[in-house]
Design a binder for this molecule. Structure first.
Ligand code: ACO
Length: 334
């Protein structure tokens, strides 16, 4: 899908992020699966992740709420100005009502229409693109886009090939209408359902409900063919990046900062190397948080902005990849 330039555009007014309090370090896995801190660090770059604790009131919804509050506060936008709320998540608090409508109620955003979006790790970029379309078409003025997950709730803690990889967290962006140059320049989104089995949660929904005799708890958890996904993730993020650069008539030399989906440091490094991007022009937080799926891009952008690495007027390229399969890239003048 290609987005064309319209008189109105949407500006990313501010971002925010929030992570659970509990830090889980790699060594903790050594007591219940056959793994090591050394293996996890060297094969993925992950050193720790955050795990939501429902006893502390930490769920996808509350993480989203905190990230949203940071972004709204920084943007100087009141919740009652929001006309659209979208939450990219595969771990909603409940299937119905959506996390987004619950968030609308908690924030006090009565003018917003709200829904959840299922595009796995690409959920934030997909949501941002929808918000951009509504804003650019002149239909709405402000939107709140969230990527949030509590993947700890769908991890099989006995499967060493997946349990060490994921973490919980939320990222948020507030978008507003602009006629200026600081806007989303181009977004491209892609899917390929033929590869759906590479990353899935097969049981627990309508195909095999919890009351079905076939239901298996281990299959209501993330199943992943990591090695196959690895190669596709790199190739597709690079292709999507090339497409948004071409749309904007730019090359990587015109881009100030790059943010790649945080699944594995080796994927990030290979993408950066292929695009000739030096380490100081990328952001990495997979070491601290693991793969937080839809939350990674907005949380990285927030952290990079707070660290002064991304400044007003900078051009930022973000690329993502996830289950579905889904992937995409976006070029933004911040
Ligand atoms: N500890 C120790 N050994 C392990 C572990 C572990 N935690 N996990 C796997 N191994 C073993 C394997 O069993 C295998 O052993 P074998 O050779 O005896 O069979 C060996 O390590 C190598 O396994 P690989 O799968 O080849 O390891 P690889 O280097 O590919 O790393 C990983 C695996 C980290 C999953 C990597 O493939 C990856 O990051 N893939 C991409 C993940 C991704 O991008 N997902 C998409 C987004 S996620 C989303 O949408 C929610």
């Amino acid at each position: 899908m290609v987005e064309t330039r319209l008189p109105y555009g949407s500006q990313v007014l501010a971002t925010g992020a929030h992570f659970p309090r509990k830090v889980m370090k790699n060594v903790e896995f050594e007591s219940f699966v056959e793994t090591s801190d050394e293996w996890i660090k060297s094969r993925t770059g992950i050193e720790s992740r955050r795990i939501a604790d429902p006893a502390l009131g930490e769920t996808t919804l509350t993480l989203s709420l905190e990230a949203a509050r940071v972004a709204l506060d920084r943007a100087g936008v009141r919740p009652d100005q929001l006309e659209f709320i979208v939450v990219g998540t595969v771990t909603p608090d409940t299937i119905m009502p959506s996390t987004a409508t619950q968030l609308q109620a908690l924030l006090g955003a009565p003018k917003a229409f709200a829904f959840d979006l299922s595009a796995a790790c690409s959920g934030f970029l997909y949501g941002m693109s929808i918000a951009d379309q509504y804003i650019s078409a002149g239909r709405i003025g402000h939107a709140l886009v969230i990527g949030a997950e509590t993947l700890s709730t769908v991890i099989n803690w006995r499967d060493r090939t997946t349990c060490v990889l994921f973490g919980d967290g939320a990222g948020a962006a507030v978008l507003g209408r602009t006629e200026g140059e600081r806007r989303i320049l181009s977004t491209r989104l892609y899917s390929d359902g033929q590869y759906g089995d590479l990353l899935s949660i097969p049981h627990g929904c309508s195909k095999v409900p919890v009351y079905s005799p076939e239901y298996r708890l281990d299959l209501a958890k993330i199943q992943m063919k990591g090695r196959e996904i690895f190669k596709l993730a790199i190739r597709n993020m690079l292709d999507a990046s090339a497409s948004v650069l071409s749309d904007a008539g730019m090359t990587t030399a015109d881009v100030d900062f790059f943010i790649f989906h945080q699944a594995n440091i080796r994927i990030i490094d290979m993408c950066a190397k292929s695009l000739n991007v030096p380490p100081e022009k990328t952001w990495v937080n997979v070491d601290k948080y693991g793969n937080t799926s839809a939350a990674t891009l907005p949380a990285c952008l927030y952290e990079a902005q707070m660290a002064g690495k991304v400044k007003e007027g900078d051009t930022v390229l973000m690329a993502t990849f996830g289950g579905g399969l889904t992937w995409g890239a976006s070029l933004i003048r911040i």
